[in-house]
Design a protein around this ligand. Sequence first.
Ligand code: SAM
Length: 289
Amino acid sequence: MKDKRLYSPKYIKYILDKYGFTFSKALGQNFLIDGNIVRKISQQANITKEDYVLEIGPGIGTLTEELALNAKNVVAVELDEKLLPILAETLKDYENVEIIHGDILKVDIESIIEEKLGEGPIKVVANLPYYVTTPIIARLIEEDLNIESITVMVQKEVAQRIVAGPGSKQYGSLTVFVNFFTQPQIVIEVPKTVFMPQPKVDSAVIRLDLKKELPDVDRKVFFKVVKAAFGKRRKTILNSLSSSQLTPDKDTMRKVLEACNIPLNARAEDLKIEDFLKISKTLPSLDIY
Ligand code: SAM
């Protein structure tokens, strides 16, 4: 039995029963069962026949199929080996798809891109397993891979933290981290009803366009400053940064903040990324890094 497309709930039930597959909560398995969302994800990722796509966690191949129809080449990395025979059946008609069995946090992404996806640049598209959303995004944006954009389904709350502006509760180290490397935007709000099984949380699709040029700053120092600032976000910026050994004493930190025109009683959430950059560049050179 096969309906026209893989997102049909009837077909998904049929194929899962055929292989005796049961969902793993631990692997974040909530499969898409809605054609509209699947199409919208591909559209919002701007996938065209020129594009090389890396998908993370294809599940039974619902989104993979849509990507295969729209892209030049798709490589999908799936951790659950029980899904491999299913994917072999569901995607057998698509010659431009390759499935790799592995953990996206451990596989050599650079080699996969070089060997399987060619010239690139690569667009990453995925309905992410939520238990590892942040480490996956971190890996993809930090490793200087040949990636142009990352369009991923995440928990709505995570999406809101990523796009938050200064002064809001959601604004934090994740916001600054992702905005350092990318230009993020929420592109689709997603109801729970489009998944099987339905997750407890709401979801959203975000697109992260990777910046071609990154701020000219010592990244290690920058992220130390951000971590120290948000680690004690209720304290004033003077106190949180002073207790972090970024400067030898509080007086030096006061001078740094004054030189950056940052009020000493501001809190981390009041500071723009540019402020964190200014602080990082103004700090005296210390051996502690
Ligand atoms: N793309 C499918 C869909 O939209 O219907 C499935 C999405 S489901 C939310 C997440 C998928 O990621 C599952 O297939 C799960 O087995 C897989 N997965 C979980 N952890 C993974 C990891 N570390 N590396 C690769 N795939 C993983």
